[in-house]
Design a protein around this ligand. Structure first.
Ligand code: TMP
Length: 205
């Protein structure tokens, strides 16, 4: 599950989880995982309690996924459903919105992570996002940056289709009511309800 800040992503992810739990064992993983030593460094950076080089923070976000990659694979092998609240797509979109980092450089550390079967991107205009509560609390919650992030997500969608044609990419309008948006999300992931067979695919390979 991906989206701009204040797109309602965390609430919608939780609801999707509850919905899928009726029929599957579901593991929900939130990135960044702020509980690990790496996650604590990320958390301090996001809350502007520490300063880090743009490359260093990008690599920490990626390392935070890699430290969980084994768990994700184990869950998938056990036949469980894994839902990630943000993943490598956020990693690229947010970092590459900084003028200091190139798009290709940002992709590199996440290449070959376990690939998702579907990406749900909750799309919202930065203007609407800004009106929602709490906007501006964390480092990246600035309208101009969110605008660039949104554009980069569109590029990632095209790129991912080329490299991983099997991934369902659903861009969902996140501006309706909670229930309306949830219905759209559930419909988008319906094709996966029968389960996935075969090898775990690798991202951007
Ligand atoms: P959150 O609000 O979903 O906890 O995400 C925290 C912020 O971190 C959000 O602004 C997006 C950003 N982010 C990155 O810059 N790179 C990443 O790899 C991830 C997972 C999040």
């Amino acid at each position: 599950m991906e989206g701009l800040d204040r797109s309602g992503k965390t609430t919608q992810t939780q609801k999707l989880c509850e919905h899928l739990q009726r029929t599957n064992t579901v593991k929900l993983i939130k990135f960044p995982d702020r509980t690990t030593p790496i996650g604590k460094m990320i958390d301090a950076y996001l809350r502007s309690q520490s300063e880090l080089d743009d490359r260093a923070i990008h690599l920490l976000f990626s390392a935070n996924r890699w430290e969980c990659a084994g768990t994700i694979e184990a869950e998938l092998r056990a036949g469980n459903t894994v839902i990630c609240d943000r993943y490598a797509f956020s990693g690229v979109a947010f970092s590459a919105s900084k003028s200091s980092l190139s798009y290709e450089w940002c992709k590199a550390p996440d290449i070959s992570l376990p690939a998702p079967d579907a990406v749900v991107f909750l799309d919202i205009s930065p203007e609407v996002a800004q009106q929602r509560g709490g906007y501006g609390e964390e480092r990246y919650e600035k309208e101009e940056m969110q605008r660039t992030v949104r554009q980069i997500f569109r590029k990632i969608e095209t790129d991912t289709a080329q490299a991983n044609g099997h991934i369902i990419w659903a861009t969902i309008d996140a501006s309706g009511t909670l229930d309306e948006v949830q219905q759209r999300i559930q419909k988008a992931v319906e094709p996966l309800n029968g389960g996935i067979t075969g090898e775990i695919q690798r991202l951007w390979m």
